[in-house]
Design a protein around this ligand. Sequence first.
Ligand code: ADP
Length: 168
Amino acid sequence: MNSKDSKNVGSGNTPPPRGRGRGRGLGLFPGSFDPFTLGHADIVKRALGLFDEVVIAVGYNERKAGWMSVEERVSKIRKLYEGEPRVKVESYTGLTVDFAKEHDITAIIRGVRTTADFEFEMQLADVNRQLTGIETILLPASPQFASLSSSIVRELAHFGHDISSFLP
Ligand code: ADP
């Protein structure tokens, strides 16, 4: 992992909620964020245009072996958003919908890069809605980040490549 100082992506340049009125509640952006990439930061920025606040929730994912510890991911992401009071960063275990219910979340936010992402996210969104009634908002990846994944970044780091251009 590159130890270069992280850029602060939360200071001053995030959009207010768009459209008529305010009070659009709390968006939950759950994921592994191992590591948190420019693609994730782009989703957070766009979600801030839809919600008053966004909670980035770093989950323990049993299907994915961790590269950084969850604590390390949380502290790095918190540092990125130090200047943005509308972004909170938490960790959680268990089901995303249980976390969502406990925190009175308005909707879950997920990013979609490919048709494979889409199929997976559709199933997840459907199950989550059936369990709790909580809706999922799928944001299409911005073209410049559509090929970017945490796993590719980890792979590049593993072989000694500089990954700083993929990270906020
Ligand atoms: P998970 O293990 O839950 O898939 P990830 O950290 O891999 O966690 O991804 C979290 C969310 O961010 C997912 O909805 C994923 O599709 C989305 N995402 C990941 N990379 C990008 C990207 N480059 N652009 C847009 N969305 C992305």
